[in-house]
Design a protein around this ligand. Sequence first.
Ligand code: C3B
Length: 823
Amino acid sequence: MTENSTPIATRERTVDGFVREFLRELNFGQGVDLSRASVNDQYLAMARTVRHYLMVRWLETLRRQGELQAKSVAYLSAEFLLGRQLDNALLASGLEDIVEEGLSSLGIDLATLRDAEVEPGLGNGGLGRLAACFIDSLATMNVPCIGYGIRYEYGIFQQTFVDGWQVEKPDDWLALGSPWEFPHPEAAVRVNFGGSVEQYQADDGVVRRRWVPGWSVLAVPYNYMVPGFENGRVNTLRLWSAQATHAFDLAIFNSGDYAEAVRAQTFAENITKVLYPEDSTPQGKELRLQQQYFFVAASLKNFIDEVLPEGFDLHNLPDRINFQLNDTHPVIAIPELMRILVDEKGWDWDDAWSVTSKCFAYTCHTLLPEALEVWPVDLLGRLLPRHLEIIYRINDAFLAELRQEYPDDELRVRRMSIIAEYPVRAVRMAYLATVAGTKVNGVAELHSQLLRDKVLNDFSEYYPDKFTNVTNGVTPRRFVRLANPALSGLITEAIGDGWVTDLDKLSGLEPLAEDAEFRRRFREIKLHNKHRIADVLATRDGTVVNPDTMFDVMVKRLHEYKRQTLKLLHIVSLYEQVTSGRLDIGSVTPRTFAFGAKAAPGYLLAKQIIGLINAVGRTINEDPALEGRLSVVFPANYNVTLAETLIPAADLSEQISLAGKEASGTGNMKFMLNGALTIGTDDGANVEIRRLVGDEHFFLFGLTEPEVEQLVDRGYHPSAYYETNASLRRALDLIASGAFSNGDRAVFEPIVSNLLHEDRFLALADFQAYIDAQARVDAAYADPEQWTRSAVLNVARGGFFSSDRSMRDYIDRIWHTPPVPPA
Ligand code: C3B
């Protein structure tokens, strides 16, 4: 870049300057004047104005990176669950006050414009949100990073309830315009699929193999800004969208049939049409593999051809980049890089492997065996025949190595093969990532331990140094500073504002737990946040909640292992005791039980559980005897936006997965940092939360992971708990009796019978321990001073869970990419 390529002047950072820019965008960008502008016009103009303010920083970041070529991270993720952009952009650019004042001088309310933004739901849950937190942290820490992912035309479905049952609607998030993205159709790259592999004699006389693809699509990049917090850096997130190519039409539908050709176009564009809504249970669908290869092929090509300077010697690639594989979804990038180096660049295999095996690192996010992706070889071979060959060759070399190491243990060698033989011959993507990656990490201490000891035990014995842990984190910018302005104000008043980028500073709040005035204000803020969510729910759904109750919140995807049914059994049991007269409602701690959860559309049991939660909620909410004391709210379509108002209002955070099943959890961290106490099992990051906050400020219950294993080995019989525990039996009988389904016993029978006869995740085994822990919760809540003390300590001791700390750990243990301070 030349000197005078610095194209635009810094925008004037004054109220008047902002107002001028905003009106210009409204007039010239939207083509309306203020008097006629709709809220959407105003929002779009506003977004583009804020974008302008960030533009200089973005271009400068790109220019400097082009010049320095500093070692970077390429975060490859099929999901980035970003949440709304406007607030974050205002915060990062330090424009909040100017904008608020400028808009109000025009008679516009900033909050109204905020609410006009449809969040990009390009992820399912924890994994996608984690990716969004990580890129926020890297930008804030001045670490060069490109996020690479997929621009789904439809994100995670919109959940509605019809008679309490989940009904999905497409998430048409682009319908009203998407002011945060920068499409670059001119920079589209071609991605190939299908066809066959041929042998040929190269110019040097060597016989080589190459891919002759059957069809291709274009990948069009859409760039998003990833602004650091007030530091002048703006990294890039590049999401790919599929578009048909002309070649595609000719190759397959060479018939001159116009309608067929257009159909072909639709077919190609299907690749990025919709996000698969399965959280942690892959469906093995061909289109899904197409999505995965589509975005990693486009990303590798973009990085090598466009991001690297001309003439870059690819032997130095490992010194320039880390491709971080967010779960197994992008693992096909490994054979793709091999293909590029061997087939396109003409390298010999060993050279290519020596570079490839230094460029990737793999993060595993699960422990459920059914969540580990496996692709049948016939499917993979049909879609990516050359990649399948390459995988076989990687596996051959790997197995040969293993046979040297374990000459008398063929069983072990077969166990470790990248290719599974049963039930169908298939590629185990996690094994491929482990063999090729420099590092493999789990996402919480317990999870990493179980990966080493169980899921990938053979591999951790063979590669002891490859395995490491990086405990997850969440960005304090979005989940405290933006989500909880009142608490943020109090914290800043107490310890200054440095905590926003250095969350360990929260420990400075610790002495204030003993300060009665501070506790009073802390409580007042919690109450204020309850009123805030109450207003939102009243406007959104017409739901009434009582802010003068304990807010007991369970928000996360609906999955059996997370055990929403255990929470429900607690509620039903309470209800049963009160209505049968065995428990006086006057002695029950007033609680608002809040749920938020989407179920994968094909996961029938999960959808039934949603139906049951809503049915129990309806019954309880309609019972006049319980009014104001017990209620259940389940706002539909839980998403990042709703999380930002719900979490700050919570008193109690429900983290009750069966021990050994939740890899980490990140909601648990958000609750802690917003002053909720956790009731939880010894699972995922709960273990670390409890260690940091201390046993007295955490409600632990339930079987430990080794106890779970022992119980299952001995033979688990859920019905035995039903028979011996009277309150459990009464609760289950009440559900089975049809009390929540107008007397129709059939409606929820599958849930009851699943619990009684299968109960894969041991809800019944943990029931009594959970009820006892809830009694401890009630006792603690009865003493508001003591409760608030614990809540303050949760905040003060939560600094470890900043995603900035996670990023430091990745940098130290895996990436070795130092920050690049601004010039
Ligand atoms: C989730 C896990 O279920 C969570 O425990 C974890 O905190 C997050 O990832 C982030 O690490 N996860 C997910 O959302 N989707 C998957 N396919 C696998 C794991």
